[in-house]
Structure formats: structure tokens, C-alpha cells
Design a protein around this ligand. Structure first.
Ligand code: WT7
Length: 651
């Protein structure tokens, strides 16, 4: 059965785009008809019951407020009649010798209902925050959906974050419940997740229960009264539900605007913020973009290589594909274990149709040459996708030639944690692609390019427009707030320019209206497709006792896209630079996590500061990029001599 709102031609894209901008309420209301509601949205016009209520001033954004639903009925129950025995999730383990798990929609329904019952048995109620810190096992999907089933707000934390980071997030969200694993496999490593949670919980008085799933049989400490085993709880819930007449847990009735989840992400300040997405708008947006960008067809297998700890996994492993009744392939491992042919083995073994990955992964696999591709059948592939950072032409061409064999459209999907799903991307095989360009906005998205003052950027004589990327209307998947601090949401995204959502990215538009994203214009780095704030890394470095001050910038890195370059003033008490360097790395690992470790640490005597004491990062950025001549105006520096010293000591 084809989906009526799946765009089938460029003409339809243009027509739908036009309608979505001129009549957004009618456009999205007609798409909303194709979902399962408990109480439908009242017709527009009735007091307070419009499809969309919004202003970017506060901001206040509501889609379908007053309508009620449960996202899990849309992701699971509605598929049971005709797709009950179809695979919802195919799970590929870390090691290829281990058994693949196929989770049908029937099985998914059963497990999610059981887990919802487990949550209920442990006192979880609608609106409670549940922190999920697990590896990439199907149980992670059950946990996420089990929360949604009961109306609890999940907050998934990526397994690469440290105990300190978890503690901060637990505190911010006031989470009372945690779901974790004993450990997680990542290539040849075992990450002791429960032990990290134990450290995060030292001094925590809010968390009541920790549910632990056994994956690695890593020894764990289980605190009486607080820590409980997933397996025992699931068995108990199963018996209980069976006694009540069968494995079914009634889905909680949620308002369209009730929060679905919190996901923490870095910004230009030192503290990560909890981006909040709500039920109906997020569901519509992930479903609509999944079906249109990837042009998913019934029966296809969709393989998104992201981790569910990031927004890409939330939207394109769990909610987008499952709401569309798709088969989503979930992979536990890393691209290079046991060897660099891992992705291609998976594509071959499962006859994957859609592969969605990050430029950093492509570049890393490229560096192994073509040998890992030998004997791998990639002919099942129909669509390729990339996300997370700008893709360089070399990587694009390699992907196109060697993976897609020049037969698969590549979608370059630009979006953010805050946007819920893709905002600018070509539609596979429908709208044109262009290497390095995300191309056209999705229906519902009206981007603009503005200068520092918020004025529309002018078109230059080559037909190009350059500026800061903003969006002037809400779409269903836009963030609604930052958890516990709405003002922060306003100042971060809606205050730079009046009545505009500011993305933090710079972009170029050509005469066809195609967009090319050029990168962040704020103090946020993009390392291997993951966002890291420079202030956050500096705070972590400064916590080391040997450090007086530091400044962190990004520099071009062949594999990671951007690497982290730290300029550090140390107090010279120990004199052993190598040791201090290692100590700093250890400190950053402890404070944020291994993902934030600087690639380079240069010890300096001073930092380039203005007379008012502000670090001129522009200069440091140039030096880190290898520029020595054109450093721009340095006359306003307090001590211009430090620049030479830094230049001479460059790593
Ligand atoms: C930032 C968002 C979207 C999920 C993964 C990252 C950069 C993302 C692209 C792309 C160029 C991209 C932007 C954006 N970015 N996709 N296709 N081309 N840049 O999510 O951690 O929220 O980071 O990633 O700079 O602002 P995130």
C-alpha cells in the first residue's frame, strides 16, 4: 500500500512545498489524518484548538494541542494486523559470530507492553523522567518505547559520556529512574555501563530504581532496594499480564504537546541543554521525513548506523521507521570491527536497501582502500544517506562509486537535535543531488539567510547568497523548550534574530535555491558528526590542577571532520609536558567523556586577549588551521607578542 503523502515527482515536491508554506495548518492536518489518534484535533477555528498556535517571541509552539494519542500505537499496534510477523527490528550484534535477533512487530508489541508494566510496577508514572544508558541492544528500543507507552519522558544518554556528565543530566532532569546494562560491547572493548552509573549516583538522592539488563556479564554491584534485574522484572510482568488476560498494556493517553523525550546536546555555553520534543509533532515529522527523504518502500530494510544515544538514532532507527511500519536494522558494533568490511558484510548479509551513515565513517572506511569491499554483494542498496556534518566531495564520490555503484541517489540530510528530523535534503531519486550540497528544504521549512543584524543577505553577482541560516516558521518537529529553563531556549535559538529560529550554522544558497551548509558560526565544534561546545571542553581542561587557563578551537581533521585543538597555560609545577598532557586527557574523559578528548594540546605562556580580557579565538582558529600569515587585525590585542610564541609552538 503506498503512502498518499509520499512525494513521487519533482512537480509534486513543488506543489506540496507551496501548499505547506501557504497553508501549513491544512497541509499538516491532512497528513495527521493518516495516524492513530485517541482524540482527534478539533477543527480549526474553535477556541484555542487550531492545528498550530505559535509565536517565536516566548517562544510558544503547539501543534495539534488538545488532540490526544500515544506514539507507540502509531509505531507498533497499528501495524499488527497486517505486519505482525514482519521484522520491525533486525539486530546485528557487535561480533558477527553471535546470533542475529529478529524482532517482529508482534514481538515488539509484547516486549514494549511488558516493559511498560515493569515501569509501572516500579512506580513510574506519566511525566516522570527515565534516564536510559544502554548499549545498542533491542532492549534499548523496548525501554524507549516502554517509556512512551506509559507516558514517561525518556532521556537517553550516549554510552560515551562519563559519570560526571550523567550526574549532571540526572540532576537537571530530576530523573527518578534509570535503565542500563551491565556492560556494552564496542568492537574489542567492553564498556562497564553499570559501573559508570554507580559512580554517577554517588550522592544522588533522587534516583529510586536502576533496572539492569545483562548483556556482557560484566560483574556489577547491585544495591539492595535500588538495583533490579531487567530479566526478573520482565518475567514477572509477563506472568502478571498473562493472568490479566494476555500481553497487552494499554497505551497512556497523551496530549499532542506532552513531552516525549529530553535529549541533551551541547551549545556555546559550558552546560549541555535538554532539548524537549513532544508527541504528535515529532511523530509526524520523523515519519514524514523518513518516508520522503529516503523514499522508503514497503518491505525494504533500512540501516541507520547511528547510536540511539543521538538524535539520528531516535528519529531514524526508532520513531521514523517504526511509525512507517518499516524494518529497521540496528547495529551494536563499530564500522571497523572485526575489520573495515563490517558495514559491507551487514549490507550483504541482510540485503540492506537503505544505508544512512556519517561522512566521518565514510572517510574512515575510505582510508582502508577497496580491499574490505572484495566479495561483498552491495546490489540490494537503493538509497544512500549522510548526516552530521558537511560531506567533502572526495568522500561523496567514493560513496557514490564504490558503495552505490553510481546507481543509488545520495541524500545529504541537514538537520539538528533541535529540529527533530531532516530540514534540508534532497529526496532520493525525486529531487536532484549535488555533492556537498544538502539542496532543498523539506515541505514546511522556510529557510532564510541573514547577516549579523538579521537583514536578508544579498545575492552576489555569481547568484550566490551567503549568510547565517535561520528559519522563519515552525514545523511540527521543532523543539518546544529546553528542560527546566524555557528562557534558555529563547536566548539560545530565538533571541539572536527577532521572530526567527537561529540554527547556529552558516550556509550558501545558489540560484536554484539549493543550500550548502558551511558549518557552525558559533563556538560549537562538530567532531565526527557530534556536537561539542568549546566552552564545555575548556571547563573540563581547566579542572585539572595543573592548568591555569585554556582555549579550545576546531581544526580540519582528515577523518573526524573537525579535531579539537587546545591551547593551555599550565602552572609549570611538574615540568613534564607529556605527563601533563595525559593528565589533561584523563581529566576531560572524567568530566565529559572520551569523545571530548582534545586531539592536540599545545602549551603556551599566554593567550591572545583583547584589552577587555576576551580571548580572540579567531586568531587561535587560524593558527590551528595552519595559517601563519593572514591572522587579521591583531592591534587590539593586549600583548601581540603572544601570537608569535603560539605560532612558533604550533603542533
Ligand atoms: C549540527 C547538528 C542531525 C543529526 C546529527 C547531528 C551539522 C548536521 C549536516 C549536513 C552539514 C550538518 C550542523 C548542525 N550538520 N547535518 N548534512 N551537512 N552539516 O546533530 O549534534 O544536533 O548537530 O550538525 O552544523 O547544526 P547535532
Amino acid at each position: 500500500m503506498s503512502v498518499p503523502y509520499q512525494i513521487k515527482s519533482i512537480e509534486q515536491y513543488q506543489a506540496d512545498y507551496k501548499k505547506s508554506i501557504e497553508e501549513p495548518e491544512a497541509f499538516w492536518a491532512s497528513i495527521a489524518e493518516h495516524f492513530v489518534w485517541k482524540r482527534k484535533c478539533l477543527p480549526a477555528g474553535e477556541a484555542g484548538k487550531n492545528v498550530l498556535n505559535w509565536n517565536f517571541k516566548e517562544p510558544k509552539i503547539e501543534w495539534f494541542a488538545g488532540a490526544t494519542l500515544n506514539i507507540t500505537e502509531n509505531c507498533i499496534d497499528r501495524h499488527l494486523a497486517d505486519k505482525g510477523e514482519q521484522a520491525a527490528i533486525i539486530w546485528e550484534p557487535n561480533h558477527p559470530d553471535e546470533r542475529v535477533r529478529v524482532v517482529t512487530y508482534n514481538r515488539l508489541h509484547k516486549r514494549v507492553c511488558q516493559f511498560a508494566q515493569v515501569l509501572k510496577n516500579n512506580g513510574v508514572k506519566k511525566g516522570d523522567r527515565v534516564c536510559i544508558y544502554m548499549g545498542m541492544v533491542p532492549e534499548l528500543a523496548y525501554a524507549v518505547l516502554g517509556c512512551a507507552r506509559i507516558g514517561a519522558i525518556h532521556s537517553v544518554i550516549f554510552g560515551g559520556f562519563s559519570a560526571q556528565s550523567i550526574a549532571d543530566r540526572l540532576e537537571d532532569a530530576q530523573a527518578e529512574f534509570i535503565v542500563t546494562c551491565d556492560g556494552a560491547y564496542r568492537g574489542d572493548k567492553v564498556i562497564p555501563l553499570k559501573s559508570v552509573i554507580d559512580d554517577a549516583l554517588i550522592g544522588n538522592k533522587v534516583v529510586k530504581k536502576v533496572i539492569v539488563y545483562t548483556r556482557t556479564r560484566t560483574p556489577v554491584s547491585m544495591l539492595k532496594g535500588r538495583d533490579i534485574w531487567w530479566e526478573d522484572e520482565m518475567d514477572h510482568a509477563e506472568t502478571q499480564l498473562e493472568q490479566q488476560g494476555g500481553i497487552h498494556f494499554p497505551a497512556e493517553e497523551m496530549d499532542a504537546e506532552d513531552p516525549l523525550f529530553i535529549l541533551y546536546t551541547s551549545g556555546s555555553t559550558g552546560k549541555p541543554k535538554g532539548v524537549v520534543h513532544t508527541s504528535a509533532g515529532y511523530m509526524l515529522w520523523t515519519n514524514y521525513t523518513f518516508l520522503n527523504v529516503f523514499q522508503y518502500k514497503p518491505g525494504q530494510i533500512h540501516f541507520c548506523t547511528a547510536d540511539i544515544g543521538w538524535i539520528t538514532g531516535h528519529s531514524y532507527i526508532v520513531y521514523g521507521p517504526l511509525s512507517a511500519g518499516a524494518t529497521s536494522l540496528m547495529f551494536e558494533g563499530v564500522p571497523t570491527f572485526p575489520d573495515a568490511g563490517r558495514f559491507w558484510d551487514i549490507v550483504d548479509k541482510h540485503q540492506v536497501n537503505i544505508l544512512y551513515t556519517a561522512p566521518t565513517a565514510i572517510r574512515s572506511l575510505m582510508s582502508f582502500g577497496l580491499e574490505p569491499l572484495q566479495g561483498k554483494d552491495l546490489s540490494s542498496l537503493k538509497v544512500l544517506g549522510t548526516v552530521g556534518e558537511p560531506i567533502n566531495e572526495e568522500a561523496w564520490n567514493w560513496y557514490d562509486e564504490n558503495i552505490g555503484k553510481k546507481k543509488c541517489p545520495i541524500v545529504d540530510t541537514w538537520w539538528q537535535t533541535e529540529t527533530g528530523g531532516c530540514l534540508i535534503s534532497n529526496l532520493a531519486g525525486i529531487t536532484p543531488s549535488r555533492p556537498g550540497w544538502a539542496t532543498l528544504p523539506m515541505p514546511g521549512i522556510s529557510p532564510k539567510l541573514v547577516d549579523e543584524n538579521g537583514n536578508d543577505s544579498p545575492e552576489d553577482e555569481d547568484g550566490l547568497t551567503k549568510g547565517n541560516l535561520v528559519i522563519d516558521k515552525p514545523w511540527p518537529g521543532i523543539l518546544r523548550t529546553t528542560w527546566g529553563d524555557h528562557e534558555r531556549c529563547r536566548t539560545n535559538y530565538f533571541a539572536t534574530y527577532e521572530n526567527l529560529y537561529f540554527t547556529g550554522d552558516g550556509a550558501i544558497k545558489d540560484e536554484n535555491g539549493f543550500y550548502r551548509i558551511t558549518g557552525r558560526v558559533d563556538d560549537v565544534l562538530n567532531v565526527s558528526g557530534h556536537r561539542i561546545g568549546t566552552a564545555e571542553v575548556e571547563n573540563a581542561i581547566n579542572m585539572h590542577s595543573g592548568v591555569v587557563e585554556s582555549a579550545v578551537v576546531g581544526y580540519p581533521h582528515e577523518i573526524k571532520g573537525q579535531g579539537i585543538y587546545a591551547f593551555v597555560i599550565d602552572n609549570n609545577l611538574h615540568g613534564d609536558e607529556e605527563l601533563t598532557r595525559k593528565d589533561i586527557l584523563q581529566t576531560v574523559s572524567r568530566v565529559i567523556g572520551p569523545i571530548a578528548k582534545p586531539d592536540k594540546i599545545q602549551f603556551v605562556k599566554g593567550l591572545p586577549k583583547t584589552r577587555s580580557g576576551k580571548i580572540m579565538r579567531r586568531i587561535l582558529r587560524k593558527i590551528a588551521e595552519g595559517e601563519t600569515e593572514n591572522l587579521g587585525d591583531t592591534t587590539t590585542l593586549l600583548d601581540p607578542n603572544v601570537v608569535d610564541e603560539i605560532k612558533n609552538g604550533k603542533l
